[in-house]
Design a protein. Sequence first.
Length: 239
Amino acid sequence: MRRGGRLELACRFVRTAVSAFPGPPGPGVGAHGVNEEPRCLVIDAHPTIRLGVRGLLSDRYEVDEVEDGRGALELITSIGDFDVAIVELAPTENGENGGLIGIPAIRALRKARPGLGIVAHGRRPDRQAATRALAAGATAYVAKSSPTEALSEAVDAAADAEKFVDPAARKRTGAGAITRRQREILQHYADGLSTTTVAKRLGLGTETIRTHTKAALSRLGARDRAHAVAIGLRNSLIE
């Protein structure tokens, strides 16, 4: 065989060997490898919503879908390498046949996978829903009624462990989530005052203070007064 022919054959062999044994990933390659797409799990009871989200994201994400959080936990436990999950926020947190949905699903997913990006998918740009979802452990919040670009941006942010709130809801989130009086009362609680002392400080009856406190807990989705204070501090509603 001529020298040129031997050289060409050797080069062909090297190319074949390199393609068969690519070696370790280079700089900038993520956990899925350079050619693998990040994985997204869509959790929604409505097949049409799941299909729409899949169509929106399938060019950049490998998308799986389940009906509720229990199915999501089973899938995450068996596969374990999802980058982001989109969780439906339903009007009621009691799913059909005992399904795990909404805020409880977010809490369960956050506990099972602390590093998972979680997008809360609400019906509309609701400030209370956004506050509750973020407090429960969601990374991002976006409304179903918002443009698809908002969902796409939320998913990208959550996959990168960055916070995102739907611009439509962002305008309403923050100080407007509770009233001025409710913020005032929560601030006093944060300062360590009792209900009786807060009532005297504000010149109101204790029952009035309790009524305002109960309303604040409802708006913030808080379990109790201490939880409401924690949410208020986290969202800069109080200091």
